[in-house]
Design a binder for this molecule. Structure first.
Ligand SMILES: Cc1cc2nc3c(=O)[nH]c(=O)nc-3n(C[C@H](O)[C@H](O)[C@H](O)COP(=O)(O)O)c2cc1C
Length: 209
């Protein structure tokens, strides 16, 4: 009888709490992750494992992409000295120097294509008008995956700010035709800001502007 009561209490507890995962293990819904993502700019300085970084990169590569071209390229820097050397200058360098890794999301701005309706023609290199959109989707997926993994991250500007892009491209050996879109420091959060409430119904026009 006592065992049955204990079992009933256990089942009731599980039903009330939803699941018995520890918070950091509890699989969050996609919407939970989207609504809880916020820019994190202070990190503990601890490293981020290669396995976790690959989870983030896999999420990046799962983004939608025009004509399935997948123009994203990623440079991942984990070496502390190199992070300080490449990203450590400037007034807000703390978000880089305390990060466990920095992911530079880059876009290949050209693609190989055959002229339409000519399946036997040779492929030629043409501009990819959609590299920016594709790589932005990949960057957002990385930010969301970081949140889902209990990591912090922030999108910092690259393209089109030439003065930001040029020194990073040079320092990391990024080839011509590949543009750093954004620079994402990733790390163990050392701050816990409340996500901003950006819900503004006035920005929506139902049926007609
Ligand atoms: C295109 C773009 C460029 C950004 N550049 C920077 C930046 O250079 N430095 C920075 O600290 N945050 C940067 N951010 C992050 C924004 O400041 C942040 O997303 C915004 O304030 C909203 O806050 P939230 O991300 O916490 O919702 C950038 C975000 C975007 C989308």
């Amino acid at each position: 009888m006592k065992q049955i009561s204990l079992f009933v209490v256990l089942v009731a507890t599980l039903l009330i709490s939803g699941c018995n995962c520890k918070p950091q293990e509890c699989p969050a819904s996609a919407l939970d992750v989207i609504m809880s993502r916020t820019s994190i700019r202070n990190f503990t300085g601890d490293p981020v494992s290669k396995e976790q970084l690959e989870v983030l990169l896999k999420a990046g590569m799962a983004a939608p992409t025009a004509m399935n071209v997948q123009p994203w390229r990623f440079v991942v820097v984990t070496d502390k000295d190199k992070i300080a050397e490449v990203f450590g200058a400037g007034p807000r360098s703390g978000m880089f120097t305390t990060a466990g890794a920095v992911i530079v999301v880059c876009g290949q701005t050209t693609m190989m294509m055959r002229p339409f309706g000519q399946p036997d023609a040779p492929e030629t290199e043409v501009p990819n008008k959609f590299w920016f959109e594709d790589c932005s989707a990949a960057a957002e997926n990385i930010l969301l995956a970081a949140t889902a993994e209990g990591l912090g991250a922030v999108w910092t500007a690259g393209y089109p700010a030439e003065e930001r892009i040029a020194p990073i491209a040079a320092a990391l050996g990024i080839p011509a035709g590949v543009v750093p879109l954004c620079i994402i420091p990733v790390g163990i959060p050392a701050e816990n800001p409340t996500p901003k409430d950006k819900w503004k119904p006035e920005n929506i026009h139902w049926e007609q502007w």
